[in-house]
Design a protein around this ligand. Structure first.
Ligand SMILES: Cc1cc2nc3c(=O)[nH]c(=O)nc-3n(C[C@H](O)[C@H](O)[C@H](O)COP(=O)(O)OP(=O)(O)OC[C@H]3O[C@@H](n4cnc5c(N)ncnc54)[C@H](O)[C@@H]3O)c2cc1C
Ligand code: HEM
Ligand SMILES: Cc1cc2nc3c(=O)[nH]c(=O)nc-3n(C[C@H](O)[C@H](O)[C@H](O)COP(=O)(O)O)c2cc1C
Length: 1069
């Protein structure tokens, strides 16, 4: 067995021997003792990683040396300038936002974009805007290397047995190879060149891949396809990881050595370079000070630091050291390039030293940033041309400030030396006319180059803040926190807005003093904040009024608004306010506000937004961009891969003495049980109706108080027929009882696991019947979890692919077809019985969400009986929809005496009757929008207030639109209020007239009276489906104001009318 011996050297003579002394030492054998071993695990036969003895290396070397020659590289000057200019455009956006950002992740985008264009002639769109992210293929390559690193660390024995990392690596490699195959096909189809000798191909092909596919050697042979694969990979990897580090260090030097940076700018302008003018290859080659500057950057901060060669025989090194045959000898590049034997003041950053005789005559191996000899870098022409271009473009446009907190650090575990935490901020470069001549610019200042510290990057403290009434925003904040934990953020917390540090000026200031980041997820309720946002909203108003421009200084934030477009003018009202006001009060918005529309697919909106968000976070905080790049396949957008151990359950035999049942506790805080007293059908049995409407009366629990116009929240139960089917499909013993004893903190707060932790016992049937969301549309994050739970086994591969593709929000036909077929968990299980084999209770508890309560307007008045509340519930008929609503279906089924979990909820302040009974009131409703008005009518009747036609004092009008005209029960009910003089009411039946007419058309008919009421300080109340009434009533009122009231700006008039609290909508989907 060969002796294994690492010999680190910075001694030039040894280095010469190591690097150049073929065949004594210079041979590269990449075994487990070589720093390149993990790379070899991912690319076995690439240029970098093939042993020198492997013929694959000589073939690749012959072909690629020519392709990477200086002459060939000149062809790509324009491509590189184009990428550099796109980077400048992104930087200008950062400048406009005046935001600081992580330098390395931007250097990576620039370098990856360039190698993508040169290597594959593909625009990877990484430099489209300041929010662009790293393309998937680069993320996959990086992921593969990091998995290989893990495998390497776990050792040879572990690698020899089947293990998850190896499977992950295989999957990743399959994807990478599929990608390269696709590219090879594309390039072959698109290329309009014939095969040709490699010297010609180097100048005539459009990309390195094009070259590899068409170049022939002296014998007319082409590079074998497997080598094309490995070399494309090598170039995509080597071409960006190295250059990006060099670019980031160059920016660091511009910021650290301003005098030299200024001199560099002067030298560029003196050579005639301008921000708005193309830079040619000739110009680049002539820029001496730029060349010196880069050399000095590489001397002090070279990305590569450990080229290694294997001793081919026993060698006695100069100095008398024996290096046994088979030893790996590593050149300590950094030490070599600051060795005082060759460098005067080695730690001083002094580009001018490169013009001195002393440096010109240095030992030829005193400066070898690209190594040397047969195994030296073949990409150096490419690298230097690109770094020069990016540096020139940066300096022509910007000055750079280093805003890193603390020292710059690097990660010693990584194969390259890169600044992990360097944050930079940009200033506009001064006008070229104000620049001193380069020759007049002498640099007196001598700053010792700071030496980076070894370290791991510390990410900011992270808050996921929510203001949520029904849990959507809470769930989103939970998902964001989970991902933040996985990305390595420190001290991740999920808190309600009311309890967050943002609500208290003292705590805000404490947090702002250190690195921090807030994701704020908030909803709106009728234009108002959710409960947990009320005080915060008032605080914002008063701080804005007081002009406290630095109330949120130092706070980094972004906002996601949950909302529903059916609320029209108040869509996203509170999130917009939070987003704009925090900025106005000095906060630093890291990422543009996101908006979700619950009317369409809010889960998807949030997933899409977070996709981009994490890329921006990566750019801002320098989260490992390898991970951030995965945003493209959406890994970052999901709650991600928990192990099933994230939740602990215990099955318990239920006896009369076992602990309390979970069912006795309310499913959510504030809920209590109401008892159903009656449940009657309002629609006649023989009506050809589209749906049924139930009038349900509850005996409400103690403490349930409400006003007319308020809402009741109902926690629904699933259909027992669906549950029984599921129990069979899941192989669950219906009556087996369990309790959840622990849940990891990053499990989604809306999951069943989070709901049930530390509650009493519950049976599997009860779990599915009372809590599990098995009927609602599937969540993308649930699908992702379900796919991650599938065992690694060929038989699950196709299902895994189906689920993981579906878990990525998308508008494709395939995605639509998937969700149409798999409309909920029950149908998913039915369509994919294989899924059951991978599911146990723990996994189900993590992946499935809990049911959410639904709101209903209360259709009664407490003045009649404070212990009673009525609802008027519309239930879609299966003849019209192919899926009965969960809660309405439950309420329809619920029999007398059934206990239902309910909670009273206030409606908006303006949706209550005026105190003054003489104020004219106009009520407009459609469909079940009649509910709150039944409450209003009961109140008036209880108060004994009559309309003027019955000798009373109040104008009290009710317009009601419905689509079917013979609801006898309802008609009789409303008629009784007309008959006793409580209200003047009229109904319109939309399907009777052609064209169809709705309640708002009655307003137009009665326009004069309506305007009369409005002019007498009247109020208008609207309730019902937003689609049917909301917009229509607003339009009618604006027409009336214009045509009867002579109003010139009806839009402004309506806005004012609403602001005064005289126009109030309580609409729902
Ligand atoms: C403030 C307010 C007041 C309200 N007042 C009333 C009121 O007084 N009366 C009233 O009737 N309603 C009222 N609503 C509406 C009510 O809250 C419910 O939205 C309504 O009852 C439907 O809920 P659901 O659980 O029955 O249907 P859901 O299960 O939520 O379904 C809603 C719709 O989506 C479809 N759907 C659901 N799941 C799927 C799936 N997996 N695949 C395909 N389609 C699916 C259903 O067919 C249905 O059409 C009010 C809403 C609000 C916000
Ligand atoms: C500043 C940028 C770069 C630096 C500092 C650098 C440095 C080096 C060093 C030191 C080696 C020898 C490694 C060893 O023996 O362990 C090397 C090899 C190599 N480099 Fe670079 N490199 C850079 C950019 C590039 C680019 C942009 C490419 C391709 C587009 C590239 C392609 C290669 C290849 C293919 C090899 C392996 C050669 C072989 O083993 O035959 N490099 N590089
Ligand atoms: C009574 C009520 C009023 C609403 N009003 C608005 C509104 O004015 N603007 C809006 O964008 N969304 C409105 N919505 C939609 C909610 O903001 C949306 O459903 C959101 O997902 C709720 O988030 P939460 O579950 O975190 O409370 C309203 C919803 C309800 C139930």
């Amino acid at each position: 067995m060969a002796t294994l011996f690492m010999f680190l050297t910075w001694e030039n003579r040894c280095i010469s021997l190591t690097i150049r002394s073929a065949p004594v030492l210079c041979s590269a054998k990449i075994d487990e003792n070589s720093p390149l071993f993990t790379l070899k695990m991912t690319i076995p036969n690439g240029l970098f990683t093939a042993d020198s003895s492997n013929p694959a290396w000589s073939t690749s070397h012959k072909f690629m040396m020519t392709a990477m020659g200086a002459k060939a590289m000149r062809n790509y000057t324009r491509t590189m300038d184009n990428s550099a200019n796109r980077l400048v455009a992104c930087f200008n956006q950062h400048l406009e936002r005046s935001s600081s950002f992580d330098a390395y992740s931007w250097a990576l985008r620039a370098a990856a974009q360039t190698i993508g264009e040169v290597g594959l002639a593909t625009d990877f769109k990484m430099l489209d805007s300041a929010d662009s992210s790293v393309a998937e293929i680069f993320a996959l390559i990086a992921h593969n290397i990091s998995v290989a690193q893990t495998l390497f660390r776990k050792g040879r024995v572990y690698r020899a047995i089947p293990n998850p990392e190896a499977r992950d690596k295989k999957r990743t490699e399959d994807k990478i190879h599929a990608y390269i195959d696709g590219e090879a096909d594309r390039v072959t189809k698109e290329a309009n060149v014939e095969d040709m000798p490699y010297q010609d191909a180097a100048l005539q092909t459009s990309s390195l891949l094009d070259y590899m596919l068409h170049a022939t050697d002296e014998e007319g042979k082409k590079m074998p396809l497997e080598l094309v694969h490995d070399n494309v990979l090598t170039f995509l990897g080597a071409g960006q990881a190295t250059t990006s580090s060099a670019i980031a260090w160059s920016w660091f030097c511009l910021a650290t050595f301003p005098a030299q940076a200024q001199k560099l700018y002067a030298s560029l302008t003196a050579a005639g370079l301008r921000a708005d003018k193309e830079i040619t290859a000739d110009e680049l080659a002539r820029l001496e000070y730029l060349d010196f500057f880069i050399k000095e950057v590489q001397r002090l901060y070279n990305p590569a630091f450990q080229p290694t060669r294997q001793a081919q025989k026993n060698v006695i090194m100069p100095g008398g050291y024996l290096v046994p045959k088979g030893s790996q000898v590593t050149v300590a590049l950094h030490s070599l390039m600051i060795n005082t034997e060759h460098w005067k003041d080695p730690l001083t950053f002094n580009p001018d030293r490169w013009g001195t005789e002393e440096v010109r005559k240095r030992h030829k191996h005193a400066f070898i940033p690209f190594a040397a000899g047969a195994r030296g870098c073949i990409g150096f022409n490419f690298a230097l041309q690109e770094i020069k271009m990016v540096l020139a473009r940066t300096v022509l446009n910007f000055q750079i400030k280093n805003v890193t907190e603390g020292a710059i650090i690097y990660d010693p575990d990584f194969a390259l030396y890169r600044p992990l935490n360097f944050r930079m901020k940009l200033l506009k470069q001064i006008d070229p006319s104000e620049v001193k001549l380069a020759s007049d610019t002498t640099v007196e200042e001598k700053i010792i180059a700071p030496q980076p510290h070894v370290g791991t990057k510390i990410l900011p403290r992270f808050w996921a803040v929510h203001a949520s009434n029904t849990g959507t925003c809470h769930g989103m904040a939970g998902d964001a926190a989970t991902k933040a934990n996985q990305l390595g953020f420190q001290d991740v917390q999920v808190v309600s807005l009311a309890d967050s540090p943002l609500s208290d000026p003292k705590r805000t200031a404490e947090v702002a003093a250190g690195p921090n980041f807030f994701i704020i997820c908030v909803a709106t309720y009728n234009g108002e904040p959710p409960d947990a946002g009320l005080t915060f909203s008032d605080m914002l108003d008063s701080e804005i009024k007081a002009g406290r421009a630095s109330r949120f200084k130092g706070i980094n934030y972004c906002v996601f608004g949950a909302g529903n477009k059916q609320w029209g003018p108040t869509y996203q009202a509170f999130p917009k306010k939070v987003d704009a006001n925090i900025e106005a009060l000095g906060g630093n918005r890291i990422f543009e506000k996101g908006s979700g529309d619950a009317n369409v697919d809010q889960d998807r909106d949030f997933a899409m937004w977070t996709t981009k968000l994490w890329a921006a976070v990566a750019s801002n905080f320098g989260v490992d961009v390898n991970d951030a790049g995965k945003t493209n396949d959406n890994v970052l957008t999901h709650s991600s891969e928990y192990s099933a151990n994230a939740v602990k359950v215990e099955f318990v035999q239920r006896t009369s003495s076992t602990a309390e049942s979970s069912l006795e506790q309310p499913p959510l805080p504030g809920f209590d049980k109401a008892i159903l007293r009656s449940n009657i059908e309002l629609v006649d049995e023989d009506t050809p109706m589209p749906r049924s409407i139930r009038l349900i009366t509850f005996d409400v629990p103690e403490g349930f108080t409400y006003q007319e116009g308020d809402h009741m929240e109902v926690y629904p139960e699933n259909d027992i027929a669906v549950v029984d089917k599921l129990l069979v499909a899941l192989n669950f013993v219906a009556d087996a009882s369990f309790k959840v004893t622990a849940v990891d903190r990053d499990v989604n707060p809306k999951s069943l696991a989070a709901l049930l932790v530390n509650r009493g016992l519950i049976s599997l049937r009860e779990l599915l019947l009372y809590y599990a969301d098995v009927a609602g549309p599937l969540h993308h994050s649930s699908l992702q979890l379900l796919s991650s739970f599938l065992p690694v086994d060929d038989k699950f591969e196709s299902l895994r692919e189906t689920l993981s593709i579906a878990s990525v929000p998308s508008d494709t036909e395939a995605s639509k077809a998937f969700f149409k077929k798999n409309r909920n968990f029950s149908s998913l299980i039915e369509n994919h019985p294989l899924l059951v084999q991978s599911l146990n209770l723990q996994k189900l508890l993590i992946a499935l969400r809990m049911n959410q309560p639904r709101r209903y307007s209360i259709a009664s008045s407490p003045l009649v009986d404070p212990h009673v509340a009525k609802l008027c519930v519309g239930v879609d008929d299966l003849r019209v929809v192919d899926h009965v609503g969960l809660c309405s279906g439950f309420l329809k089924r619920a029999g007398v005496g059934h206990g239902v979990w309910v909670k009273s909820r206030s409606s908006q302040k303006t949706f209550h009757l005026p105190e003054d009974p003489t104020t004219p009131v106009i009520m407009v409703a459609a469909g079940t929008g009649i509910s709150p008005f039944l409450g209003f009518l009961e109140r008036r009747r209880a108060q004994g207030i009559k309309v003027p036609e019955h000798g009373g004092i109040a104008s009290f009008k009710f317009y009601y639109g419905t689509s079917y005209h013979d609801m006898k029960v309802l008609k009789t009910l409303v008629q009784s209020f007309i008959d006793d003089g409580t209200v003047a009411a009229e109904a319109i039946y939309s399907e009777v007239d052609a064209p169809r007419r709705f309640a708002q058309h009655l307003l137009m008919r009665d326009a004069l009276n309506i305007w009369g009421d409005i002019s007498s300080d009247g109020r208008v109340y609207v309730c019902g489906s937003a689609v049917r009434v909301g917009g229509g009533v607003r339009q009618s009122l604006m027409h009336i104001s214009e045509q009867v009231g002579g109003v010139t700006d009806p839009v402004a008039w309506l806005a004012e009318f609403r602001k005064e609290g005289r126009y109030s909508e309580d609409v729902f989907g």
